[in-house]
Write a protein that binds this ligand. Structure first.
Ligand code: NDP
Length: 326
């Protein structure tokens, strides 16, 4: 089968494309410019003509994906702005929501062979930052971000809530005319070795830039806890989400577990003693994780054995060393 992957030059999408190719799929990746396509063609050249790129310059434009969806059996949609700090709401929310709508409209009108659409949502569309610890599941939505929409710090969360909702609404409104069904994957923070076009740490995507700053540079350390998954496991989940019958119509949280930065700092320092040690008196059992996820659905449907924090850390450190960044 052939799969369309949007924003194929991104951190997550490049891994999704590679895993699909490894498993025998053909992949058509959308990118915004010729140069971004060239990098990918080169990266994935060993797969020959099973990998192709198409340019979709502006994903919010009417008809943007009309050509791209033709002849593909499935679609994976990770393309979306990922700026976790202060943003102009329109820079983040409009492309996330309109881009998703344009893609699904094209899938309905021109995706005659499409059977499944996998939307890369986020735990940002699920969790709410509260004063008490809580375990969230697929029934939860980040309503709080919508109530605090005026706050530019919320723009990313709002973009993911509204884009995922737009996808489910589209399916509901067109349910009698669709040849395909929808799956939403909700990952927390994604870390792991980057294969996208990064020439220096400054080029890293947002989540990896945070990791590099916090763990390698020893700056930007916040005490606050989050959850995470390795990018390669998330990519595997996308591949499984394309064919899994049980995944049909589901949103699925894919998370390895909770951490605070010191967990990664400790793991990295064990790999390479030159890296910052952080707080050496740190006791992981003393931490109360404010946000955790019920991952039983992903375990039931995908059954993936997820990489541990130590494995993922080791691979990132090795990758950064090979690049001469450490
Ligand atoms: P990247 O920044 O690495 O990739 C984002 C991709 O989206 C790039 O291809 C980028 O294209 C494209 N994109 C960004 N803005 C626009 C826009 N305005 N119009 C068209 N395309 C755009 O991010 P990730 O790989 O980390 O994220 C991919 C997906 O995974 C996103 O949907 C994100 O919300 C989700 N996710 C990521 C997490 C993480 O920790 N990384 C956590 C949870 C969810 P270009 O290079 O041309 O800008």
């Amino acid at each position: 089968g052939k799969v369309l992957v949007t924003g194929a030059n991104g951190f997550v999408a490049a891994w999704v494309a590679r895993k699909l190719l490894e498993q025998g799929y053909s992949v058509r990746g959308t990118v915004r410019s010729i140069n971004k396509g060239k990098y990918l063609q080169n990266l994935l050249s060993s797969y020959g003509d099973r990998f192709e790129t198409v340019i979709v310059e502006n994903i919010t434009k009417e008809g943007a994906f009309d050509e791209a969806v033709k002849g593909v059996d499935a679609i994976v949609h990770p393309a979306s702005p990922v700026h976790l700090n202060i943003n102009e709401p329109d820079d983040v929310i409009v492309p996330a929501v309109q881009g998703t709508k344009r893609l699904l409209e094209a899938a309905l009108a021109h995706g005659n062979a499409v059977k499944r659409v996998v939307y890369t949502s986020s735990c940002a569309a699920v969790l709410e930052f509260l004063d008490t610890p809580r375990t969230f599941s697929e029934t939860d939505w980040n309503e709080k971000s919508l109530r605090e929409m005026e706050d530019p710090l919320q723009s990313y969360c709002v973009s993911k809530v509204l884009a995922e909702r737009a996808a489910w609404d589209f399916v509901e409104q067109n349910k009698n005319n669709l040849s395909w069904d929808l799956v939403a994957l909700n990952p927390p923070y994604v870390f792991g070795p980057p294969i996208q076009d990064v020439r220096s740490p400054e080029d890293l995507n947002s989540s990896m830039a945070h990791w590099f700053e916090s763990v390698v540079k020893g700056s930007l350390v916040e005490a606050e806890g989050k959850c995470w998954i390795d990018v390669r496991d998330l990519a595997e989940a996308h591949v499984l989400a394309i064919t899994s019958q049980e995944a049909s119509g589901e949103r699925i949280i894919v998370s390895k577990g909770a951490w605070i930065w010191q967990d990664f700092i400790t793991a990295a320092h064990k790999v390479d003693a030159q890296l910052p040690a952080g707080d050496e008196s740190y006791d992981p059992t003393s931490v109360t994780h404010m946000i955790q996820f019920d991952t039983s659905k992903a375990t039931r449907i995908f059954g993936l054995k997820l990489r541990t924090l130590e494995e993922s850390t080791r691979d990132m450190i090795e990758d950064f060393k090979a690049r001469g960044w450490i």
